[in-house]
Design a protein around this ligand. Sequence first.
Ligand code: MN
Length: 317
Amino acid sequence: MSNTERQTVLSESRDTRCPGRPALERIDTRASEVGQLPIHRALPSRTRRMVGAWCFLDHIGPIEHAAGHGLHVGPHPHIGLQTFTWMIEGEITHRDSLGYAQAIRPGQVNLMTAGDGIAHSEDSAPQEPGRLHAVQLWIALPGTQRRRAPAFQHYPELPVMSEDGFRVTVLAGSLLGRRAPAEVHSPLVGADLAAGGPARMDLPLAPDFEHAVLVLSGEARVEEERLSPDSLLYLGSGRRHLQLECRAASRLLLIGGEPFGEEILLWWNFVARRPEEIEQAGRDWNEGRHFGEVAGSPSARLTAPQVSGLNLHGARP
Ligand code: MN
């Protein structure tokens, strides 16, 4: 995905720190648009920009689209992060400047490590109507890894287990003793929890992680808080268990990780530390340097928003 909002001010990560303490902080998702599709963005938000290393969370669909009106995000660059796509319904084809072209289908993960710089596109099949339901998350790379070589991995199969009426898929890190294959670079967790009907679970969590839950469909009670898809519930850290309850078929996304110990700068599709790096990446992309070409996308190449007009020196919204 690409951030198509035209921010005029650089956003920095300055989340309220509540080390070691549980919290219940409701974060309303915002309606936005990606490749002409309406989506809901949960992270970054005005009050919380990260949960562990997870620094971006778009919830796409569920939506029914006509032929030619699916997701179409033309070639665009990334630095300093990994894009993590979890497909629930539908199909998207990823193409990148390393030469990968990979369809992603329900139950699968695409993980693209931007590192020092990569470009990619994401497109629904052009001639078919269809349904689409997915999430795309970004994972900030820690300072020691953020300039690593770009890479792309497709994970067709993930650990899935049944637990107290939930079908649990471990997307990243470990949960309930099972480990996901995705290669990540900081301690974190991601899981999809799907209840086919009434279900209740006490889910064990790593107490040194902070966590958050987003309902992807239906409705849930999380620690007695009623939660629907319009808000992300930030849970803080220091929890050993999480009480989850669904009264009907519902689907939840859990994300968590060790609180990210570095301040990041997030602008457009870039994660960096210094404003100059962002200016450079924007210029390089717009002038056709550094990131390489993406072949085969039916969608137009995106342009980095005007970098020169930005206050890149510390002003915050
Ligand atoms: Mn992208």
